[in-house]
Design a protein around this ligand. Structure first.
Ligand SMILES: O=C(CO)[C@@H](O)[C@@H](O)COP(=O)(O)O
Length: 246
């Protein structure tokens, strides 16, 4: 049985609860069928992360049956859930945590439209402002990689390092997203599917109009730095970026 400080134990318990609960969001947003997706969350202040057990139905996930792993993807023996096999994508999640220290959450799904782009090995071009806001450009494609070792993780890290996008379409497979925590990575998975769907439909109707790169930059900057609630409170009365920042 591992002994953790009270602070680390509290953080583990919090991440267990978040990871278990957030899987319901994958169902709510239609990003998964059966058990085809997984979420993990890094434990702040420790070289640990929590991931779901492999092949267990989302309705059966509880904080206690989530699995605590070290950053090499080894299950921590004697901890709740450690009698079960962790997600088949554990090595990929672990590789991301080891190599992207700012990442606090990872999500994988086979959501339909994003995976359809992945099956063609084509990046989703940035032709809608919502995608510019969220991803700051295209949603890129990562290499074809077979599950079982860290090649999926290497593909994710190689594609997303230095890229604005928090989502990668792993060729012929599905989507991996990263975030500051598990919830943030879930949001990226929801937004990636939404973009992939809209741009796909647009393509059926004709040729989508590209957004100029400088406009993408402005949209991304505004959404990342101004949009929503700030510690200062309400947005500027003018409704302009200038006013928003005051
Ligand atoms: O993509 C795959 C398998 O190809 C897995 O991510 C998916 O089936 C979910 O597996 P887990 O239930 O997390 O082991």
């Amino acid at each position: 049985m591992s002994d953790f400080t009270p602070e680390v134990q509290e953080a583990i318990d919090r991440v267990r609860a978040d990871v278990a609960r957030l899987h319901a969001e994958l169902v709510r947003y239609n990003l998964v069928v059966w058990t085809g997706g997984n979420i993990s969350g890094r434990v702040p202040g420790a070289d640990l992360f929590v991931i779901k057990p492999s092949g267990v139905g989302y309705d059966d996930l509880t904080p206690e049956n989530q699995i605590l792993c070290d950053l090499d993807g080894n299950v921590i023996p004697g901890t709740p859930g450690s009698d079960r096999s962790p997600s088949s994508d554990t090595a990929a999640h672990a590789y991301v945590y080891r190599n992207m220290p700012d990442v606090g959450g990872v999500v994988h799904t086979h959501s339909t439209y994003a995976t359809a782009w992945a099956a063609r090995g084509e990046a989703v071009p940035c032709v809608i402002t919502g995608q510019a806001d969220e991803f700051g450009g295209e949603i890129p494609v990562g290499p074809f990689a077979i599950i079982g070792d860290d090649s999926i993780g290497r593909g994710i890290v190689a594609t997303l390092t230095g890229h604005r996008s928090r989502a990668v379409l792993m060729q012929n497979h599905g989507v991996f997203t990263i975030g500051k925590d598990a919830k943030d990575a879930v949001k990226a998975a929801v937004m990636a599917e939404d973009s992939a769907r809209t741009v796909h439909i647009s393509r059926q109707l004709g040729e989508p109009i590209p957004i100029p790169p400088e406009s993408i930059d402005r949209l991304f900057d505004r959404y990342q730095n101004v949009y929503g609630q700030t510690p200062q409170g309400a947005l500027g009365a003018s409704g302009t970026d200038e006013g928003d920042r005051q």
